[in-house]
Design a protein around this ligand. Sequence first.
Ligand SMILES: Cc1cc2nc3c(=O)[nH]c(=O)nc-3n(C[C@H](O)[C@H](O)[C@H](O)COP(=O)(O)O)c2cc1C
Length: 185
Amino acid sequence: MDTLTALHSRISSPRLTGEVSEEHLRNIYKAALRAPDHGRLKPWRFLIIKGDGRNKLGDLFAQAALEENPEQTAEMAEKARSKPLRAPIILVCIAKVVEHNVVPEIEQILSCGSAVQNMLLAAYAQGVGAMWRTGGMAYNDLVKEGLEIKTSEKIIGYLYLGQIDGRSKNVPVLDVDEYFAVWDG
Ligand SMILES: Cc1cc2nc3c(=O)[nH]c(=O)nc-3n(C[C@H](O)[C@H](O)[C@H](O)COP(=O)(O)O)c2cc1C
């Protein structure tokens, strides 16, 4: 797929299954490392969760959900536990924010977000399904601790990757002129 086609048509795939080849995965990882990065801080790192790691992440999610709401039902805990099983591979995308005299926190987080977007596009261009998710589990201290993520770091998303399950959705084509306007003073 050529670059513009990927950029103009990328969609997320919530239903993921199967496996992703190592070659496709490496191409996705390499795309992250070309994110724009003020000061070349490389303000990102990624945890790869697969196989039984997904069950361990599910256990963490269930514990965290219980801590957030001690009155939750077993069904709610199970729902949290099963979330990481929605895809064969999950990347925990972490912004490594540091104090910097020129590059503020927001720019470091944006750089990490750009890395995630690069990965969404690299996945799509290779026919691999992907979905960027957050929810409460991206902002939960117990989850961060369990994943050994420092307090200065931020989970900016879980990138779910897998083979696309089912038919891809159609998305409306937005009108460029609604969002872009010339300003000439
Ligand atoms: C930072 C961020 C967090 C998101 N978190 C979720 C989420 O937790 N659950 C969800 O269904 N979609 C979430 N989304 C939206 C989806 O990833 C996706 O972009 C959206 O469903 C629109 O689909 P599209 O990418 O095909 O246009 C998030 C998007 C971003 C940028």
